[in-house]
Write a protein of this length. Sequence first.
Length: 368
Amino acid sequence: MQDGLPFMTDWSKVHEKTALSPGILPLACLSYLYGLAVRIRTTLYASKRKRKLPGFVLSIGNLTAGGTGKTPAAAMVAEWALKKGYRPAILSRGYRSKHPGKIFPVSDENGLLCTPAEAGDEPYLLAKNLPGVPVILSKTRYDAGLLAHERHGSNFFILDDGFQHIGLDRDLDLVLLDAANPFGNLHLLPRGPLREPVDHLQRADAFILTRTGHGTNAIMMNYLKKKFGGKPAFQSEHVPSRVLLPNLNQSHGPDFIQGKRIVAFAGIARPEAFRETLRALGGEILHFTGFPDHHVFLESEFRKLIAEHHRLRADLLLTTEKDFVRLGPLSLAENLLAYLTIQFRIVSGAEGFFEMIRGKASESCLTL
């Protein structure tokens, strides 16, 4: 059984529509105004001198609203940089965070400094999973980067969701595109999912196709090569890593899901992608509920999920790691609550990808 997205408009369905109908006309007008504003903003910033941080700056961003995997990609790059001897810091806007002040450190070398509600789910998750890597929030990434440099000696700055933050100079601009649906219906927000026109991808230095599985996706790779002058393009996938039952202090490989009867829920950009992942791992989905991205769970909502789990005598009440973080103390209410962790992996040209980063870092005079 599947409950759709009962608390919001299902924008994924809206963003699939290409025909201009009476119901779509108001959105089309808003999209026109939005596009005009984006182009004016881009033109204004192009004439200004961009601010430069004291170190190597790598931006990880996307062109569409919704999840393409920016956060796990940022974690992958930060882990690599730390192992190679750089001093990385992640600079994030902190979407839906409730932090006070213009600059807010989520973590430092010693660990976490705040709650998920204060930081927002994605910055908190990055800080939790990357010990030794400062995560700092600010709408002005330049200020966050200066703080990271002054307090922690950071010299390798990762902009999480940085493509639209065009006021800050960067040495490498990576853009993630969902291989299955890279541009939606080709319309700008709110009629479509595009945050910027497709031709603005000319600003990017390289592309990563996400969720490609083990396929080659030759059509999209060829399109990017022809459209954007042969800029590097890589393929990646989201790889299930661990199944954790924190209340039972258990950790298992993803094969643990095989044959399990599951009640699952997810409040991410594409809840259906999580459901399909569980099915691919061999789980029997008895009941699935999708929530809006970054959804803050009410106790009554979670109690309903627990009740459904008990009614169906499921083996697991399963969610994503990001949703588990947002549950907070509610997670203690069910021993069989589990979450699935995901790793971001380059599956085509991994060696070239990291060599590209190392080379760009050297060009910016950052050497080890």
